[in-house]
Design a protein around this ligand. Structure first.
Ligand code: HEM
Length: 390
């Protein structure tokens, strides 16, 4: 018998702190049927890992269960190997061409400039810092022309709203599909123009002739959106987690290599809380049989707090050594932007710790009402005085 616990993913209490529900799910209903989501919800680390690794039984391509690919067609995210293989290889290769040290330096400089512009007054960190910095850096990384910033901002806002439409009563599928098409058209124009970054690296790749241009452009669209949305949310969540701790940013002021801490911040409270797959071959998960044709939602955020896998799972352990968290996914669809996201996080957090060690949270934070992509709509902070160096 399927367990049929139902909770409301849009409940403000769940959005503020999903971890008590995650714990209950892990302990009592590790593989359970959610009636509203019409999906199996999986919360234990071992089960999530099993799904991500079992690509024979679980895929990302909706056609495998008789559904259509989202408009305007397949991408790195919605195709599985072997169809996904060439485009994923090309994108991974293009991402390796990015100058990560330069990205860290730019993130540091821009974070300092944007906070300094507030002249000590309270600011909304999302609007003033994390969103503009991640948008600028991701667009530059992709190779978008500077002139595209305004149009891209408008289209991207529609897509982000639409990404929640599965959970909202007034689903906006048509608006979302139109925005996706518009963005893919913009990308094709950039591809044929004087682009740099990832687009240039893709064009120069000898495999370019073998890849379907539409799939490639759809994949760059995913790259842009995933990059901006996941990273801007992550930077705000990371700052929030650090400022909520005793010592705030002072606790990381002397750290030269933030990589371990950044991974732990992702494990502790990452932006990507969910990955979903379609079951293509009936499989038993835990004690539950999943039938071909059913959808599985993996709660990565719950898996990352699983005490069976992580010691002191509920605590932020800044120097946690072994940290095989699933906050960037795993396997054939694992995140291709990890180095970029970590470079942005590194530059921003180190700049703030060095120049604004007294920064603290101010009242009025508003969570983004998105259970799949965790983050803030508004994160007010009081910067405190600027120091020349930390
Ligand atoms: C802290 C920031 C980020 C987080 C937490 C994050 C998280 C994730 C996760 C969990 C997945 C796997 C989803 C799944 O298995 O279905 C994923 C995939 C992906 N990410 Fe990220 N990501 C981040 C930043 C970025 C950046 C900066 C980029 C690129 C600019 C990027 C591009 C992608 C792409 C293209 C995929 C799809 C890969 C595929 O399906 O093969 N992400 N990300």
């Amino acid at each position: 018998m399927p367990t049929t616990l139902t909770w409301d993913p849009l409940d403000p209490a769940f959005l503020a702190d999903p971890y008590p529900i995650y714990r209950e799910l892990r302990e009592r209903h590790p593989v359970h049927w959610h009636r509203t989501l019409e999906s199996w919800v999986v919360s234990r680390y071992s089960h999530c890992l099993a799904v991500l690794e079992n690509t024979d039984a679980f895929g990302a391509d909706p056609r495998k269960i008789g559904e259509d690919l989202p408009e305007p067609g397949g991408s790195i995210q919605t195709l599985d190997p072997p169809e996904q293989t060439v485009v994923r290889r090309m994108i991974v290769h293009a991402m390796r061409s990015l100058d990560l040290d330069e990205i860290v330096r730019t993130a540091w400089r821009r974070a300092d400039e944007l906070v300094r512009a507030a002249e000590g007054r309270e600011i909304d960190f999302v609007e003033a810092v994390s969103l503009p910095i991640t948008t600028e850096l991701t667009m530059t990384a992709v190779g978008a022309p500077d002139s595209a910033a305004h149009d891209f901002g408008e289209v991207s806002a529609v897509i982000i709203r639409g990404m929640m439409s599965g959970l909202l009563p007034d689903g906006r599928e048509a608006e979302l599909a139109a925005a996706r098409r518009q963005l893919s058209t913009m990308l094709e124009q950039w591809w044929h123009g004087p682009a740099g970054g990832v687009l240039a690296a893709l064009r120069e790749n000898p495999l370019a002739g073998k890849a379907d241009l539409r799939v490639l452009m759809n994949s760059v669209r995913v790259l842009l959106l995933a990059g901006i949305n996941s990273t801007q949310r992550f930077v705000s969540l990371a700052l929030y987690a650090l400022l909520a701790r005793p010592g705030g940013l002072r606790s990381i002021a002397g750290t030269t290599d933030l990589k371990r801490l950044l991974h732990e911040l992702i494990r502790f409270d990452g932006s990507a809380q969910v990955a979903s797959r379609y079951c293509v071959k009936s499989t038993v998960l835990g004690e539950q049989r999943i039938e071909a044709g059913e959808t599985v939602i993996l709660l990565l955020g719950a898996a990352n707090r699983d005490e069976r896998r992580f010691g002191d799972a509920a605590d932020l352990v800044p120097d946690r050594a072994a940290n095989p968290h699933l906050g960037f996914g795993h396997g054939t669809h694992a995140c291709v932007g990890i180095s970029l996201a970590l470079a942005v996080g590194d530059g921003v957090l180190r700049a703030l710790a060095a120049h604004y060690p007294d920064m603290c949270l101010a009242p009025g934070a508003i969570r983004d009402p998105n259970p799949a992509l965790r983050g803030f709509q508004r994160l007010p902070i009081a910067p405190g005085g600027r120091r020349e160096r930390g």
